[in-house]
Design a protein. Structure first.
Lengths: 196, 777
């Protein structure tokens, strides 16, 4: 009987220890996608600076572009390149408008997912749209909430024929880096800073 | 009596065997055509007009269908437009669906069917941008595109850094509607989505067209049921099918109503339904025989002629009616028919001879009509004479109606007649003078049996999708395709000034896509030598980040292009672009025909004046509206002249067999009725066309019969009342059928219906007034 009593106490202690240690333990584990997206979904509007480097097989040096990204929940995203030339890409709903000094293109996102996969994925992360993101990509996430890394691989084989993967890094609801790797191994790295 | 039975027997054998033979022949060989161009003259001086009309009716333009979706919010419409495109393109009867979605995936294209065109890209368009500066500008533009995220050209960058091929393909987009919403075509108001469907039918007959349309309708319904979306569809095939079903349904309700009313009329007049069916025998025989003879002589029967055939009813049914009404129950029907035979024979002979005047005009439609009418009249007369009497019971009896006693007692003084005649003449003179300008229709589409509503919808849809204009067209034809292309190019060159001056929006020609071989060689000569290109390219790329030798494929392609043998039309027609340009260049009657179209003409008159001032352009210029309206007035003029000749023939024959005084009382009421009927139409605001003229001929035929019967002398008042009875029932039956026809939604039929209704009404009243009532002493 003694040993039985002992067992009970041990069990109780164990449960208490476990209960108390749980929050401390959670702080160290990897953030879940839901946690990250929940944080993002609380934000209605955000503006950041970016510096994008595009590495292409046929270019000696990367194409570097500097500018701002603006997001307004739930589905408006504008990417303004200011240097070295002015270009704007604006998504509103289903429509992508690309404006350069010489021309304007209006593209329907549903018709050209290969164009829009990257921008749409950013919108869906920033708006915390779990379903839409999950619809388009196989998602994996690792790292703690203040230093997470998201890897998105297109589910659609057509899109996958253009885009191999999209990697995003961030701290809580702040994106810090986006790496897009194309199917032909060309890639771009976008550094994000000055969240406001 | 025995001889009579033998004659009747032989007549029946002959009648039945001819009917049977005709039916067998019709089932196997009847060829009905329904397009207006076949109703046109064969040897009209301007063959080009006919060619163009024909191409519009049966060529690639005719295979286009326009679908308009409206009602829901634009997003929903756009999404349905895309779904429709996707599902319709899987159907075997449909070759392409255009809805403004970008059709070209450059990368896929170049590797597949477009390979040949891609290889020829430097021959198919002008080459001017090979200087160091131009190359540098192109390459910077490509870098901007890369920066902005436009990656479509990335894979062709090494072979086509100037986007030469993409620019060539973009010319296609200029041709179509350019209003986009949510990635698909919308009308200018951005409220309705538009789709253009190209049918792919091996045999472009009506049944196949109908099947394809039904298939499309099912698909459309699949995406739109349960939503408040209005779907409108139009195009040549759709109009043809709509017209056919409209004619069918009109014929159906017309014949059911007519059947009921006529049975009632016969019951009221003769207390016999059986007589009604006997009265149908001459009519049915006439229709079958007329179809057979027309088809044998012309190898085809125009649909309009068949529609007109329905109206033969008006005359044919009168013959047995006269027979029934003249019958006394004490008399053998054979004797009755003999007693009215001279009058019937005279009526038919004169009318048939009047129709004879319609032959030999060069207008095949008129000839067909003449043959159809003459055969029908003669056959129905013969059947009335030899077949009908033996079907009659001896003891049928017509009802003696009070109106007959009343009508037969009326006599009109010379003075009253003169006043009536003057009133009609004055009325017509005033109406026709006041509406002098707008009396005759000049729009060829007024002759078309297409329901007015459908025509209006078609115009609206064509306008909103920016369908090619057919009013200002230049046509070039030659046995040799290369010569046609060269002449097209030089013509387009001359016309370019119109575009520069903004007098036209755009000039469409096939040479935008396939230049002549001469021009291809010139384009080829514009290409730089390998060494020159290499140097310009090296200079252009010094300050740009492209890797060394990246553009070697481009240099190779330019070098290869310099050695290419120019592409010819036959080869070009094997490429996927062919289907886009088949309406601009086609092979017909041993000639290649190229059509240059103008769009957005700002001032029609100014343009026509400009062309008049350019003698070398004029022979190629076709203004379809103008040409067809002059064709129409020719047609109407001819028909009108022949109508007058026909009337003169009638007058001449009557002059031979009747004294002058009686001739006046026979012809005057008929002439007045024709005048009255036409004036009523003009007063109602209807523009007169060919069918009104043909209807007048019908009135003349019908009125003449009344006049001739009134002209017969009579032995007793009963005799006169029989005659009046016959004429009254004839007129009533004609008024019933044509009155109903007047309500038809098919313009041709309603024109016939209304004209004949007023005409016959006039004929009945006026012949009654003018009859001299000759009592035999």
């Amino acid at each position: 009987m003694t040993s039985g009593k002992m067992n009970k106490i041990n069990k109780l202690l164990l449960i208490i220890v476990l209960l108390f240690s749980l929050p401390a333990h959670a702080a160290k584990v990897d953030a879940s996608l839901t946690d990250v997206l929940n944080l993002f979904s609380q934000q209605q509007k955000s503006t950041v600076d970016f510096k994008e480097e595009k590495y292409t097989s046929f270019l000696e040096q990367p194409i570097v572009s500097i500018g701002q990204l603006e997001f307004i929940a739930p589905d408006k995203l504008a990417k303004y390149i200011v240097e070295p030339e002015k270009i704007s890409n604006k998504i509103s709903g289903d429509e992508l408008k690309i404006k350069t000094a010489h021309e304007t293109h209006t593209i329907n996102l549903k018709d050209h997912p290969e164009f829009s996969a990257v921008l749409t994925s950013i919108i869906n992360v920033l708006s915390g749209n779990h379903d839409a993101l999950n619809n388009d990509f196989n998602i994996s996430i690792k790292g703690p909430i203040n230093s997470w890394q998201l890897v998105l691989v297109p589910r659609d084989s057509f899109v996958h024929g253009y885009i191999d993967s999209i990697k995003m890094q961030g701290n809580q609801n702040k994106l810090s880096k986006i790496i897009v790797t194309e199917a032909n191994k060309d890639y771009s790295v976008t550094h994000i800073s000055n969240h406001r | 009596m025995q001889t009579l039975q033998r004659t009747t027997f032989i007549a029946h054998i002959g009648w039945l065997s001819l009917l049977l033979a005709s039916l067998v022949y019709l089932v196997s060989s009847l060829h009905v055509v329904s397009d207006i161009s076949q109703f046109m003259p064969e040897d009209h001086e301007n063959k080009d007009v006919q060619l163009l009309l024909d191409e519009l009716q049966k060529g690639s333009t005719a295979r286009l269908l326009i679908i308009r979706l409206s009602g829901e919010d634009t997003k929903q419409l756009a999404s349905i437009s895309k779904q429709l495109k996707q599902s319709l393109e899987k159907k075997k009867n449909i070759s392409l669906v255009h809805n403004g979605q970008q059709a070209f995936n450059l990368q896929q294209l170049i590797n597949s069917k477009y390979k040949l065109l891609f290889d020829y890209r430097y021959l198919l368009a002008e080459n001017s941008a090979f200087s160091k500066e131009a190359l540098s500008a192109s390459l910077k533009q490509r870098l901007t595109e890369l920066r902005s995220g436009i990656t479509v050209f990335k894979n062709t960058l090494a072979t086509d850094p100037q986007n030469h091929f993409a620019q060539f393909l973009y010319r296609l987009q200029e041709r179509a509607n350019n209003t986009h919403q949510h990635g698909v075509w919308f009308d200018k108001e951005k409220t309705s989505a538009l789709l253009l469907v190209e049918l792919k039918l091996e045999n472009f007959n009506l049944d196949n067209q109908q099947r394809a349309l039904e298939e499309i309708n099912t698909e459309v319904a699949r995406f739109t049921t349960g939503k408040s979306i209005t779907v409108d569809m139009s195009g040549t095939a759709s109009l043809a099918v709509k017209t056919r079903s409209s004619i069918q349904s009109t014929t159906r309700w017309l014949s059911s109503i007519a059947l009921v009313l006529m049975s009632l009329l016969f019951w009221w007049s003769y207390r016999s339904a059986r007589l009604f069916f006997i009265a149908m025998l001459p009519l049915a025989s006439a229709a079958i025989a007329a179809l057979t003879v027309t088809n044998i002589l012309f190898q085809q029967v125009h649909g309009i002629i068949i529609a007109f055939g329905i109206t033969l009813l008006g005359v044919c049914i009168d013959y047995p009616v006269h027979l029934f009404s003249h019958h006394k129950h004490t008399q053998d029907p054979q004797q009755t028919v003999l007693s009215i035979w001279p009058t019937l024979r005279l009526g038919v002979t004169t009318t048939a001879l009047a129709y004879l005047a319609m032959l030999g005009t060069g207008f095949s439609g008129l000839s067909q009509l003449a043959v159809f009418a003459i055969t029908g009249l003669i056959v129905s007369l013969l059947v009335t004479r030899w077949i009908v009497p033996s079907w009659l019971n001896l003891n049928f009896n017509k009802q003696d109606h009070y109106y007959l006693t009343h009508l037969s007692s009326i006599t009109f003084s010379i003075k009253t007649r003169a006043v009536a005649a003057i009133i009609v003449i004055l009325f017509s003179a005033v109406v026709l003078t006041v509406n002098n300008q707008s009396t005759w229709s000049e729009d060829i589409s007024d002759l078309s049996p297409v329901p007015a509503e459908a025509k209006k919808l078609d115009q609206a849809l064509r306008h909103s999708i920016g369908a090619p204009e057919v009013n200002h067209v230049f046509l070039i034809k030659d046995h040799d395709a290369e010569r046609v292309l060269q002449r097209t190019e030089s013509l387009v060159d001359q016309l370019t000034v119109l575009k520069q001056d903004k007098r036209v929006n755009n000039i469409f020609s096939v040479t935008q896509f396939i230049p002549s071989q001469q021009t291809q060689r010139r384009n080829q000569q514009q290409l730089p030598q390998r060494e020159v290109l290499l140097e310009s390219l090296n200079n252009a790329t010094t300050s740009l980040p492209f890797k060394k030798n990246f553009f070697t494929p481009f240099i190779e392609d330019i070098t290869a292009s310099k050695e290419l043998k120019p592409i010819n039309v036959a080869e070009f027609y094997k490429t996927p672009l062919a289907k886009h340009i088949k309406q601009d260049l086609f092979f017909k009657d041993n000639n290649w025909v190229s059509i240059i179209r103008l769009s957005g003409v700002s001032d029609d008159t100014a343009l026509i004046n400009w062309i008049d001032a350019h003698a070398e352009l004029k022979p190629h210029y076709l203004n379809l509206r103008q040409a067809s309206s002059s064709l129409m007035s020719d047609y109407q003029q001819t028909a009108l002249t022949r109508l007058l000749i026909g009337s003169l023939i009638i007058g001449f024959i009557l002059l031979l067999v009747r004294p002058l005084k009686r001739m006046g009382s026979i012809l005057l009421p008929v002439a007045l009725s024709v005048l009255f009927s036409i004036s009523i139409q003009v007063l109602l605001g209807t523009q007169l066309n060919l069918f009104h003229i043909l209807a007048l001929l019908l009135i003349v035929g019908i009125g003449l019969d009344y006049s001739l019967f009134f002209d017969r002398s009579w032995r007793s008042l009963e005799d006169y009342q029989h005659r009046l009875h016959g004429i009254f029932i004839s007129a009533s039956s004609t008024l019933i059928t044509f009155g109903i026809l007047g309500f038809s939604e098919i313009p041709v039929l309603s024109a016939l219906g209304q004209t004949v209704t007023y005409g016959v009404l006039g004929c009945f009243v006026l012949t009654l007034m003018f009859n001299i009532k000759r009592e035999k002493a």
